[in-house]
Design a protein around this ligand. Sequence first.
Ligand code: FSO
Ligand code: SF4
Length: 552
Amino acid sequence: MFCYQCEEAAKNEGCTVVGMCGKPADVANLQDMLIWSLKGLSYWLQKGKDIGIVDEEKDLYVAEGLFSTITNANFSAKRITEYIEKALRFRDEVKEEFLRKYEEKNGSPFSEDVPEAATWNKKGGTEIYELKGSEVGVHAKENEDIKSLKEFVTYGIKGIAAYADHAYVLNFSNDDILNFIEKGLTETLRTDITVDELISLVNETGKIAVDVMALLDEANTKTYGNPEITKVFTGTHKAPGILISGHDLLDLEELLKQTEGTGIKVYTHGEMLPANAYPELKKYKHLAGNWGGSWWRQKEEFEDFGGPILMTTNCLVPPKESYKDRVFTTGLVGFDDVTHIPNRADGKPKDFSAVIEKAKEIGDLPERDGKELTIGFAHNQIAQVTDKVIDAIKNGDIKKFFVMAGCDGRRKERDYYTDFASQLPKDNVILTAGCAKYRYNKLDLGDIGGIPRVLDAGQCNDSYSLAVTALKLKEAFELDDINDLPIEYNIAWYEQKAVTVLLALLYLGVKGIKLGPKLPAFLSENVAKVVIEKFELSTINSVEEDIETMTK
Ligand code: FSO
Ligand code: SF4
């Protein structure tokens, strides 16, 4: 195996024996094989589109397959093998249809050279797939910079795929986005692609990243209303309870409907916290609050919670035996020997009765207190106080905004973000989104004239909200350049959705971003140099140094 897609890559080079995330070598190789198979499928889907063949089910499958390879989503060799087989089956179906129609149309058979991923066909199951995956994965022989740029695009596309899938389940889709996913993947199969072509593909990935976050924002707000300022309880009540984690709001809504009137309370964990601010979700009174912090604390927090836990998307840590029987996965999440709730079928909701039964069987959770969190500062809510914000900036009450969006992670060096937030002079406001917030959202950082000093816009995709806020301020101050605003960016990354968010910000022209705790291992020296120079990107130093330079 070789994997360097996340911030935890061993020695900041890559995991080679087992993932620091717990991903075993066989699963890593199978995921590489799945990505390669999806590239082959994309190749034929793109060819098909050229002659008018459209297959929405297969378009969406490319996104779903990619989503399953995001860090901490799926650790099951069995499930990934099934996904590979489906990808290969879909690939061959679309290929046959294309070849037939092409010949009908042109009077002669299709005769272009095709990449190996589009034709490879060796029966034999998991072992053969693992072997092939180890050949076609990241360490395949290729120029370092080309490889780096191809992976940069692929990881950005993985995040796009995840966000597109979230929007799709809420019935919001955009063909251009799904088309770009396939185009981008197909481009990475080219052996003659140049560095310049790949750099423009990276840029285009950033554009589509903005589009997909806008689509998901529309999907979430049209389905569940605009988030509103909400105070969230962080303890537990004396009643049976279910903890739900991940990013999928539809799973939460269906769980809330199925638990209504049962006496069971539902609590959010990690990236599900922002759900508490949506009117159409908070109307369920048994959506009782949030338990715990960000994903990496789950071993202790799931243990302590006591009730069943439903994982709807990535950010699963291999569960401990002590609570494994209380963990349920759904969607693209997978772990062997953990109960999986199947997908919706025939237009019916998912059936969460197994989770509900578990909560009843366990019975009451203890009554526990917890600090209240204030959330819900998405762009619509901030727009309502724009005048107040502008006045506060003009009269010097607010000196700067610090966008501290992104991910949290388990390494000690991330204490930097807690220290940065607590030492930041009191005339600065933090704008956050994603699970990075758990490093400072329980600190008492106060407010500036009623504006809290930590404004939480939501999940990592709601970084879009922060970009909208920045663009609105740019307009209000009649500025030509977004970089002239009193906004600094100190972003933390962990996995591929954060790569997508970063690409979106770069596409929007944001310069001078600090990315930490360190730069991605997948950026080769030359590629890192280009990104650093072109976008004035840098990584973090000491808290004191960074506060001094950034508050100037
Ligand atoms: Fe965090 Fe995990 Fe949302 Fe990521 S929960 S680390 S960027 O998946 O997706 O923010
Ligand atoms: Fe290593 Fe991250 Fe890949 Fe897991 S996802 S194997 S921690 S680089």
